[in-house]
Every structure is written in C-alpha cells, then in structure tokens.
Write a new protein. Structure first.
Ligand code: NAD
Length: 561
C-alpha cells in the first residue's frame, strides 16, 4: 500500500531565518536579493554598506537587467548573460525569464542552447548540476550525497550522445539538462531548488572534442553494452535511494540507448524519456488540432515519417494510440496508416540485414523505395512528419506531389535546430499557395505569402513535459505512463482556440505556458488518482491544489537565524 503524504507547498511568504551574514549571503545565488534587501534586512544581516543605498523593488531590478540584455545582439552572449544572472540571483533570473518567456525560451533552450553546448567547455564559468563518470563507479551514492538539497523532485539526465540534432557532444551536453530544468521552472513552476541536472559522462566519440584542449569531459571513447548499463543501474539505485520520490527524465540519448533505457526502467521507477514520449505527445496534439482545421479524424490520415529514430517512433506510437482510441482499433491496425522512411529508404520487412527493434513494428510488407519523392507519390500521404535531423529533405517536388492528392497537406518539419529543419515555414506556405498546415521543431518567424501573414506553430516539447512532470510530482505518482502523455496531448490540442485554428496555428501561444501546464498537470493528477498510481492524498480540488504547488519567483522576507 502506498504511503499517503502531502506535497510540500513551495510559495511560503513567512520570514526565512538566514544563518550567514554579509558577503556570505550576497554570494549565495539562492539567498541573494541584490539591491532589493530592505533597510531592516541590511541591518539584521550585516549587509549595511555592502550595497548601494537605494532599496530597489524587483520591477526595477528587472528593468536594469533588460536594459543590459537589450544591448546584446549575439544569442550566445544573451545565453551567457542570463546564466551569469542565475549565478548571482536565482529568483531574479526566473522572474526575468517568466516576464520575457517568448523571447528568452529560444535562448535558454533550442536553438541557442545547441550552440552553447557546442562551446560549453569554452564558455564554462561556474559549477551547475552534477557530473557522473566512470571514475565514480562503485561510489555513485557517495557522489550524489555531495548534492546539497535534501529534497529533489526531478532529475534530467543526458549522456550527451545526441544533443538536439547536433550529435555527440560528450560532457558539453550538460547544457541540455540545465536548459530543460529551467523550462520546468518557468513553464510549470517546479521549484528550482528541487531540480538537479546531471550529465552522465561515459566518454565521447567526437574527435573534435577529444582534441580540444578546453574540453571538460573525460577524454576516452564512449563505453557501451554492459559497462554502460552497470553505471546507469548504479546511478538509478543511488538516486532513488537518496530521493525516493524523484522523477528521472532521460534526455538526448542516442536511440540505441534511449529505447532500452526507457524499457528497462519505466516499470521500475518514476521516469520518462522526453525525446520519445514528450515529442510523441506534442506532435499528436498538433495533429489533433490540424485535423480540427480540416474537420477530419486522425484515422482519415496517411502519415509518412521522414526519420525513424526516437522522435519519429515516439510520435508514431502516440499517434497510433490516438487513432486506436478514436475508433477502438488495436495499435497494430492503427499502424497500417503509418509509413517510416530512414536513411536507407522506406522501412520494409524485406530489407537486408536486421532492423533495429524500434522500427520493426512499423516495417511495411511492400516493395522497397529509395527516395522520399517516390514514397510520397506511392503513399499519397495527408501528413508528412520530418524527424530525421537532415535539412532540406522536404523539397518543392515532395511537397507539391503531396498537395496534388491533398489540398491542405499537414507538414511538420521537426528537426532541430532551425538549420536542420526539413523545410522552412516560408517554403511550405509558398509551395502550397498558403494551404499547408505547418509546424516546426525550432521557431520560425511569421511569414507573408501571397499577401497573407502566417504564424507557424512550434511543436515545442515545452508544451508537454513540464506539465506532465509537475503532475507526476504533485500527486506523488508511482510511474509515468504513456496514457499520461496521451492525456496531456489531448488536453493541449483542446486548449487551441477556434481563432488560432482559423489562422492556421495548431499550438497555443507559448505565453500561456503556465495555464497550459496547469491544465496538463491537473489532467495527469486526475488520471493517476483514478488509476491508483498516486502516493499522496487526493485533494478536494485538484486544479487548485496543483496551482498551489507551482513556484512563483518572488523574494521572501529574511530574518537573522
Ligand atoms: P535519431 O538519431 O534517433 O533519428 C534520426 C533518424 O533519421 C534515424 O532513423 C535515421 O535513419 C533517419 N535519417 C537519417 N538521414 C535520413 C534521410 N536522409 N532521410 C530519412 N531519414 C533519415 O534522432 P531523433 O532523436 O529521432 O531526432 C531527430 C530530429 O528530431 C532531431 O533533429 C531532433 O532535434 C528532432 N526532434 C524534434 C522534437 C520536437 O520538435 N519537439 C523533439 C525531439 C526531436
């Protein structure tokens, strides 16, 4: 029987007793309020004379930050500026981010975070998160005990092997767990002090990094097989021993590890893989919204995937779950509406050599085909989804061949960063005379085609994973299930307004992310309570309870301890 405990609420306004004095407080980013310390606090905490006389409110501090930020033109400089702010004052950092969400999300996450990862060893300034490497084998529990927070709600862990669409970046991949957890805080109000980014350094095969004198990771080649799983097992045991309720998010592992890791742990510990399940849910949400525009069902679609890796299979699994749910079909029947294309062409049962296991369910029993154009002409898809990491694969002939059979083709160019997108928003609209229903993985600005303005939707995982994570943490879920992601997708798709659909936009405004995450987290909690997967007592009003769990960046009054 699961223990029932109340989740600790994060937004106390009671005065906080603070032990240190003077510079100890100013140098602690979790305590520092900079110029916002009140005259009383300055006297009580030994800060008198250490700060300019004027006591500023947070609004003034935000203004000052924004004035300095506005002077920067290079996205990477903006990233470094914001991270430095977090190093000085965590509360102000999150306030600034929340006030400027649309502008700063592409800086703290894709696309800029990808470039920040590529230069991580060169930009490095200060410790953040934890690194676990082979040299910690046998003593990972001891290593994790060095993390100062007694309570950790969520860990995002990557081995840096497949960073966005940029490949093996080794220990430089740390930017991803850091960035994802920033999105958790901003998007869903997870408490920053209870999040932990981890980079699992199992080596790198990236020659450039191995030869870079400023590379900060282990300079051996990647380990695989038993050696890899032994260290992951030890990490999972140590993390769940120290923080029994922790949610572990697997992120940016190559697909030869991503699927096995998910399958190894999904029924054992509270965990999920955002690249597989989060991507699946966000794409399904977009597709549900797109079929609302066309007034059709999911099961009316023929869907071609360009790419057959973690993202594509995660999306296909989720869409098939959606089709099966809509018409009481089996997953197998639903899969008949899906065609997968990888680097060798159409994925078929007759292909030479062994197919990777995640592709097997989608292998078609039909003639092979090499090119996407050939496949599109044969299949006549209504939906084309790109998750190949290969830019420019949706060419004009491909998109036009699609439109020849389907007036309003649904085209999702999901590869990140922007430079890897299968086609641009402008191309999709121009080639189809403005008829395409388009979404991308990285943001594209609005475009004008044939006198109309189109606002391309971004299939941003941020719409889904923060809400699912918050829901799982808030109810003390025992497991994260595919059904939770499916529920999240349906919730997101129905938040899109009729006006947005009329404008061809299939995702809601990212500015509403807190309301979106609240709705998704509440739906996830409800499901967990209905299915007996929640450890905590069910509140009378789930939505209000979830809302009360969300962190809002604001200063607490301090008193000397
Ligand atoms: P992956 O390495 O697991 O899979 C890539 C797949 O593409 C493989 O199956 C490979 O065979 C195939 N491929 C390679 N070249 C091809 C070609 N020329 N034509 C057709 N297929 C080809 O990578 P992944 O994790 O699945 O991610 C793929 C892309 O999707 C990345 O760019 C990633 O950034 C993006 N992605 C987007 C989102 C989102 O938009 N929300 C989420 C996750 C991943």
């Amino acid at each position: 029987m699961l223990q029932k405990i109340e989740f600790q609420l994060p937004n106390s306004t009671d005065p906080l007793p603070v032990k240190g004095r003077g510079l100890t407080i100013l140098n602690d980013p979790w305590l520092n309020k900079g110029t916002s310390f009140t005259p009383e606090e300055r006297i009580a905490l030994g800060l008198s004379g250490l700060l300019p006389p004027h006591s500023a409110d947070m609004g003034e501090q935000v203004m000052r930050v924004m004035e300095n930020y506005a002077r920067l033109t290079d996205p990477l400089d903006k990233y470094t500026f914001l991270i430095s702010l977090a190093d000085r004052n965590v509360t102000l950092f999150y306030r600034v981010l929340m006030n400027n969400l649309q502008e700063m999300t592409p800086i703290m996450y894709t696309p800029t975070v990808g470039y920040a990862c590529q230069k991580f060893g060169h930009l490095y300034r200060k410790n953040r998160g934890m690194y676990i490497s082979l040299r910690h084998k046998g003593r990972i529990a001891q290593v994790l005990s060095n993390w100062p927070s007694e309570e950790v709600d969520i860990i995002v862990i990557s081995d840096g092997s497949r960073i966005l669409g940029l490949g093996d970046l080794g220990a430089n991949g740390m930017g991803i767990p850091i960035g994802k957890l920033v999105l958790y805080v901003v998007g869903a109000g997870l408490h920053p002090d209870r999040t932990l980014p981890i980079l699992l350094d199992v080596g790198t095969d990236n020659e450039e990094l191995l030869n870079d004198p400023l590379y900060l990771g282990c300079t051996h080649r990647r380990v695989h097989g038993e050696e890899f799983y032994e260290i992951v097992d030890e990490f999972v045991n140590a993390a769940t021993e120290r923080w029994p309720n922790v949610l572990i998010q697997w992120d940016d592992f190559t697909n030869d590890k991503a699927f096995p890791l998910l399958n190894r742990y999904r029924d054992e510990v509270l965990c999920f893989n955002d690249d597989i399940q989060g991507t699946g849910a966000v794409a399904l949400a977009g597709l549900i919204a797109a079929t609302r525009i066309r007034d059709e069902h999911l099961s009316d679609q023929r869907i071609v995937f360009c790419g057959a890796g973690s993202a594509a299979v995660g999306i296909a699994d989720m869409i098939c779950a959606g089709i099966a749910d809509e018409h009481s079909l089996t997953q197998e029947e639903a899969r008949k509406l899906v065609w997968m294309v990888d680097s060798k062409g159409l994925v078929t049962t007759t292909r030479d050599g062994e197919l990777q296991s995640h592709k097997v369910p989608y292998a078609r029993d039909e003639e092979p085909a090499d090119t996407l154009l050939e496949i599109v002409r044969r299949v006549k898809p209504t939906v084309l989804i790109g998750a190949s990491g290969q830019p420019r694969t949706f060419t004009e002939p491909v998109v036009k061949a699609m439109q020849a059979e389907c007036e309003q083709p649904i085209v999702f160019a999901l590869s990140n960063p922007t430079s890897k997108a299968e086609c641009t928003a402008e191309e999709a609209y121009r080639w189809t005379g403005g008829k395409a229903i388009f979404a991308s993985g990285s943001p594209f600005p609005p475009v004008r085609v044939e006198g109309r303005i189109f606002v391309p939707g971004q299939g941003n995982n941020m719409f889904i994973f923060p809400g699912v994570g918050l829901g799982a943490v808030a109810c003390g879920a025992d497991r994260v299930t595919d059904e939770m992601f499916f529920t999240a997708a349906k919730t997101l798709a129905h938040i899109v307004t009729e006006d947005e659909l009329r404008a061809g936009t299939i995702y809601p405004d990212l500015g509403k992310i807190r309301q979106i995450s609240l709705a998704i987290a509440s739906a996830v909690c409800l499901l967990a309570w209905e299915q007996g997967l929640a450890r905590y007592a069910e509140p009378d009003d789930i939505r209000e309870y979830v809302r009360s769990c969300m962190y809002h960046p604001g200063y607490r009054p301090y008193v000397a301890a």
